[in-house]
Design a protein around this ligand. Structure first.
Ligand SMILES: Cc1cc2nc3c(=O)[nH]c(=O)nc-3n(C[C@H](O)[C@H](O)[C@H](O)COP(=O)(O)OP(=O)(O)OC[C@H]3O[C@@H](n4cnc5c(N)ncnc54)[C@H](O)[C@@H]3O)c2cc1C
Length: 469
């Protein structure tokens, strides 16, 4: 029995059923609509980097894809977050750029739920549902990276010395934000941004605030769209903030929400940990899906059965098998020890699936959200929780490196005789390269594996001393 089947066997039966349905939904969508559009969108964007296929985003909206993984108590369909692993896996087999039209939206949602900001999430979900009904679209983007702070924003130690420039000033009724974010996926068409800013430029780790803002808010302007070589379907843009007013009700994380400085800074670490471990595990799933596509393409080329060729094909298979196990294992670890741990148990799983919505709505009360934050803080103090960062980082760097190795191996094997295979692999190479960069470049993730798994039981290794001393 494979590791995947073993772990699946321990999940609630309803969840296994749900995972199969999600997989089936993704495969049908890919076969009927996405495969034929992927190449065409890539071609159009390479000609004109400002091109965005809005009709595809509207199609996703019509299919309800921007609310399917949102919990039922917020008005979404309530597909389980673990089923997103399989959704990513299948979507990556079609096109990483198209998969990235959905990924950042759900990273934004994960970030909001990690701060237990259910009131804000409910407000945005209502807009998503309304847009889906009216043939429009409403999606979210996450704006963290800044011109002088990329990897430095992706670790609780490094952030202490990050050279940040998006500054929040307390004003009556909220905050005023000025600064700049870069590489923001889908900022070009997203209706809401989830943004990080700092009240003290000199001490970012102790002054983080997070908030949501409409992309059309006064003071927000879009800068250039990056001329990327890969993942063309999903544009990445610069976003400027010039004295943008954020009302207190749209602030999802700030010092004011906690009784003590210690609780506040511990929650900030927990937030980074929760968000990045799950989104990095997601990159592992994408890198695995890509490898399936690579093997399918190589199978289209007529190759001799000599020993070198069989050995190279075996390498492709072995990389895929490793990626599949590592990425699935990371998901299970991140879920079993992370913020969604309760949802893997039968009781809470069925409760959230079948409990009437009017009861679930109690979660929207401010006092419940506060209590959930306190509960999360207590859970985070368990050493197993902190290791979740290591599983996310490991699967992200290992699977994306294996994907790139497989692509180069496949290119050597397939040569240029079959144009569809040659250009197919060329596109995949451009797309998959970005998996090694976003969610923290791979060099950083490699260091984070040491940070998470070396050191004593409760304290992780401090690895950035020479950089930040
Ligand atoms: C296609 C794409 C989409 C993106 N989408 C988003 C988005 O939606 N929202 C968002 O906020 N950001 C987004 N990003 C930004 C992404 O998260 C950053 O690019 C990533 O974190 C790396 O940061 P950087 O580009 O500034 O590189 P840097 O951090 O400057 O790194 C440059 C090089 O230095 C190395 N390095 C850095 N620090 C260390 C260290 N301590 N030790 C050893 N080596 C180190 C890195 O490995 C890398 O090779 C996106 C990026 C891309 C490419």
């Amino acid at each position: 029995m494979s590791i995947e089947q073993e772990a699946i066997g321990r999940l609630p039966a309803g969840l296994i059923n749900e995972i199969n349905n999600v997989r089936h939904f993704a495969l049908k969508l890919i076969d009927e609509e996405l495969l034929k559009r992927a190449i065409e969108i890539d071609r159009l964007v390479l000609k004109n980097s400002d091109y965005v296929d809005l009709s595809l985003i509207e199609r996703f909206s019509k299919l309800g894809l921007y609310s399917k993984f949102i919990p039922r108590f917020l008005g979404g369909t309530g597909w389980h977050p673990l089923s997103f692993y399989f959704f990513n896996l299948e979507m990556a087999g079609a096109c990483l750029g198209i998969a990235n039209l959905l990924g950042p939206h759900y990273v934004a949602m994960g970030l909001l739920s990690a701060t237990n900001s259910f009131t804000v999430l409910k407000k945005i979900t209502n807009e998503i549902l309304e847009a889906q009904r009216c043939g429009d679209h409403c999606t979210m983007a996450v704006a963290i990276t800044e011109p002088n702070a990329g990897s430095d924003m992706e670790d609780d130690e490094l952030i202490t010395k990050a050279d940040v420039m998006t500054i929040a000033k307390k004003v009556s009724g909220g905050y005023e934000i000025s600064g700049q974010k870069i590489f923001i996926s889908n900022a070009k068409f997203a209706k809401w941004y989830v943004v990080s800013a700092f009240t003290n430029k000199k001490s970012p780790a102790d002054s983080l605030i997070m908030f949501v803002v409409r992309s059309s808010a006064k003071g927000i302007t879009l800068g250039r769209t990056e001329k990327k070589l890969g993942q063309s379907a999903s544009p990445a843009s610069v976003v400027f903030f010039d004295k943008v007013f954020i009302a207190d009700e749209d602030v999802t994380f700030s010092r004011e929400m906690f009784k003590t400085d210690e609780d506040y800074s511990l929650y900030a670490k927990c937030l980074l940990n929760d968000l990045l471990s799950l989104s990095r595990a997601g990159v592992g799933a994408l890198a695995t899906g890509v490898q399936v596509q690579v093997i399918n393409l190589v199978e289209k080329v007529k190759l001799k059965n000599d020993e070198w060729i069989i050995k190279e094909k075996s390498k492709l298979l072995s990389n895929l098998m490793t990626s599949k196990r590592v990425s699935w294992y990371a998901h299970i670890e991140c879920f079993a020890n992370g913020p969604y741990r309760d949802l893997l148990q039968g009781g809470p799983y069925y409760f959230f699936k079948y409990c009437p919505r009017f009861i679930l709505k109690l979660l929207l009360s401010k006092s419940v959200q506060k209590k959930l934050r306190q509960k999360r803080l207590k859970m985070y103090q368990i050493s197993n929780e902190k290791k979740v960062q290591g599983y996310g980082a490991h699967t992200k760097y290992l699977c994306s490196n294996l994907a790139m190795e497989s692509i180069f191996t496949a290119q050597n094997l397939a040569g240029s005789h079959n144009p569809a295979v040659f250009f197919g692999l060329e596109k995949i190479a451009r797309d998959a390269k970005l998996l090694q960069i976003y969610e923290g470049a791979n060099e950083l993730n490699q260091l984070l594996v040491a940070k998470s798994f070396l050191g004593d039981k409760d304290k992780r290794l401090e690895i950035f001393h020479e950089n930040i001393a």
